[in-house]
Design a protein around this ligand. Structure first.
Ligand code: GDP
Length: 365
């Protein structure tokens, strides 16, 4: 499964946020096969459509889909110089598919800040620079090897060298790879390099309790937003401390607490959804009287592949995907009415599944 890693300097609120994640953690009864790794927090992806479908179908059971966060601890500063723990930090980042960088936007004199004062942009730069330096080193090594082949007019090597030079220039200007513009062809080469700074990034601005209802009044948040716009990254505002309280609540209680705080959705739920979309993930549903369930797929996946997420037999024996969009089903009121209205389509193996599709797979065993 794809995972988003949580990183940040010491004392910015990472552990507090990660505790909220594990606290809110998906009910393990539904996911008995998940390995228990203390650094991985599995959360349910909030989706109002699942609630609606449950009301409509009245199944025996409803199962949300899940998303994984990985807690990446370790030394940040000096990581690219390869000092023991720093190396591990970079290696852990290499394994995740997206980065959620927690930055401190709360002021609290009792909690020391590693660099002496609250300065989220400085924090961001410290981490980004370590990642950029690590990437610069890999790219320089690669230039050494590919450069020789390019001299002999090897077409592929020449194309790669061009990409490597573009990257090197960006890194020397302290810009991450994700801000560089590439052609489709070049992007394929970039992907093969497994760079750290090509990974999608989301900044998690951790604000104090007083700023939750109106984060725009926090000047640090403003600065992070401005920076993120130029960094090809998104920003989610949370108060990690409050999130750990919200995470203990459910249903009605949770709704009431959120209302008291003056927010519509918990920061954690926003973060889950943002990370999910950041990774290009989407949801389709199966809806039977036994079970209504949400399934995660990658945008662009075809119907048989999506069937394979449920069971490999479904993919192997795939015949058709009986499909209706969420909006069409809701408008029709129930499956029979949707069929009568001609809204249920029989899709074949080339069908690209859409976010919100409700699918019944037909397959040979
Ligand atoms: P980490 O080192 O990044 O994992 O940071 P921690 O999660 O351990 O947080 C460091 C300290 O900051 C702890 O004492 C937290 O209680 C505190 N803290 C975290 N988030 C907030 C917040 O939103 N407001 C305030 N006032 N304190 C916070």
């Amino acid at each position: 499964a794809l995972t988003a890693g949580i990183v940040g300097l010491p004392n910015v609120g990472k552990s507090t946020l990660f505790n909220a994640i594990t606290q809110a953690g998906a009910e393990s009864a539904n996911y008995p096969f998940c390995t228990i790794d203390p650094n991985v927090g599995i959360v349910e992806v909030p989706d109002y459509r699942l609630t609606k479908l449950t009301e409509l179908v009245q199944p025996k059971k409803t199962v949300p889909t899940t998303f994984e966060f990985t807690d990446i601890a370790g030394i940040v500063k000096g990581a690219s110089k390869g000092e023991g723990l720093g190396n591990k930090f970079l290696a852990n980042i290499r394994e995740v598919d997206a980065i959620c960088q927690v930055v401190r936007c709360f002021v609290d004199e009792n909690i020391t800040h590693v660099s002496g004062k609250v300065d989220p942009l400085d924090d961001i730069e410290t981490i980004n620079l370590e990642l950029i330096l690590a990437d610069l080193e890999s790219v320089e090594k690669r230039i050494g090897r590919v450069g020789k082949m390019a001299k002999q007019k090897d077409k592929e090597a020449m194309a790669e060298l061009e990409v490597l030079e573009l990257l090197k220039a960006a890194f020397e200007a302290e810009k991450p790879a994700r801000t560089v513009e590439f052609t489709e062809e070049q992007l394929k080469i970039v992907k093969g390099l497994h760079l750290l700074t090509i990974k999608p990034v989301l900044y998690v601005a951790n604000v104090g309790e007083d700023d939750v209802a109106d984060p725009s009044s926090n000047e640090y948040v403003q600065k992070v937003r401005e920076f993120a716009a130029g960094d090809n990254a998104e920003v989610i505002v949370i108060c990690a401390k409050i999130e750990s309280e919200i995470a203990e609540l459910e249903g009605e209680e949770k709704a009431m607490f959120l209302q008291e705080l003056g927010i519509e959705e918990s920061g954690l739920d926003q973060l889950i959804r943002a990370a999910y979309h950041l990774l290009g993930l989407a949801t389709y549903f199966t809806a039977g009287v036994q079970e209504v369930r949400a399934w995660t797929f990658r945008k662009g996946m075809k119907a048989p592949q999506c069937a394979g997420i449920i069971h490999s037999d479904f993919e192997r024996g795939f015949i058709r995907a009986e499909t209706v969009s969420y909006d069409d089903l809701l408008a029709a009121g129930n499956m029979t009415a949707a069929k009568e209205a001609g809204k249920v389509r029989l899709e074949g193996k080339d069908y690209e599944v859409k976010d919100g599709d409700i699918i019944h797979f037909r397959f040979n065993v």
